[in-house]
Design a protein around this ligand. Sequence first.
Ligand code: ZN
Length: 391
Amino acid sequence: MLKIIKNGEVYAPHYLGKKDVLLAFDKIVAIEDKIDSPQDFVEVEIIDATNKLIIPGLIDSHVHIAGGGGEGSFKTRTPEIQLTDITRGGVTTVVGCLGTDGTTRSMLNLLAKAKGLEEEGISTYIYTGSYQIPVKTATGNIEDDMIMVDKVIGVGEVALSDHRSSQPTVEEFKKLAAAARVGGMLSGKSGKVNIHLGDGERAIAYIEEIVSTTEIPITQFIPTHMNRNEDLFEKAIEHGLKGGIVDLTTSTTAKFLEEGEVKSSKALRKLLEHKVAIENITFSSDGQGSLPVFNDKGEYTGLKVGRVASLYEAVKDAILEEKVQIEKVLQVVTSNPATLLKLPRKGYIKENYDADLVLLNKDSLEIDTVIAMGKTMIEKGEVMIKGTFEA
Ligand code: ZN
C-alpha cells in the first residue's frame, strides 16, 4: 500500500535534486529530502533508488492500441497491443486512436481495448474518429462522444495531405474542429484534433486557413508526423513559432530515414535551436500503427509495425546523441502532453498526482523500474505484471 523510493535524483520533469518519494496506493503523497518509514503500524515497501533517476511515467499520446493499418489488405492489419509492449518502454499513460481503417476497427472496439489496458494497470484515453471525415464515433457524433464518454479527450487521427485521406473540404474539416472544441469545453477536456499529416504538398494548409478565417485557435490542433520529411519539418518550425503544437513521431524505419525523414530526437534539437517553445513540442510513438511503404507510383510494397518502445529510445537519443538538456527532453513525453491534452494528475512528480514513475539507471539511462498507478509493472528490467493473455 505504501512505497518509499529512497535516494533517487528526481526530475519532475524539472530537477528537484536527491529526494525520497512516498507513494500511498495510487498517489504520490510526499517528496522530501528524507522520509522515514512508519514501519511499526503499517507495511512499507522500500525501493532503493541510489544512482538512479526518478522521472514521471511517460505519456504516449498516439498509439493504435487496437491495431491499425491494413494498407496491404487484410493480412496486414496490425495486431492489438499487449500491456508489456507499453510498460517495458516506460510508458504508463497512452492515448489510443484508430487509423486508416475505420470499418473493421470501430470506436467501441477501441474503447474496449482502452478499458482492458486500464484494468491491467495503466492509464488510458482515446480519440474519437479515424482517418475519414465524416468521422465514425461511438454515440453518433463528436460532441456526444466527448461529453458522455469519459475516455474520449479529442478527435483523431484524421488524415490530411495524404493519399489515404478522405480528401475532406476545408469546410468539412472546419466543422469537425468546431465540434471538437465545443465538445471539449462542455466536458472539461482538451478537445484537440489530432491530425495525421501525409507527404502531400498541402501540408498544414488546412490548419492555416482555419486559423486565419475562424475564431478557432492554432492550439486546437495537434498535427503529427511533422518530422516525416524535410519540407514538412520546415513547416513544423514555422507552425511552432506561431504558437502551434508540433508532434514528432518516434517510430521509424531505416528506409524512412534514408528517404528524408528527420529523426525525432534531431528534430527536437532543431526546433529548440529555432526557438520554438518547448511547451509546444511533443513526441508520440505511433505504436502498433502500420508503417507502409509505397513506391513512386503510390503502389504498396511492404509494411512495418510502429513500436511504443521507440518513444523512450528517442528520449535517450535526444539526451545522449543530440545533447538536448534532459529536463527539456523529458518534458516532451511527460508534462507537455499532460498539459496540452488536459490529463488530470499526470505528467509530473508532484504531491497528489498519480503514482506513475520510472526509475532509470543514472549512467546508462536504461529503464530499471516502472510503476503505474502505484503498482510495480517492471522491476530491475524484469516484467512484474504481465498482460492478461501474455505467456
Ligand atoms: Zn498517422
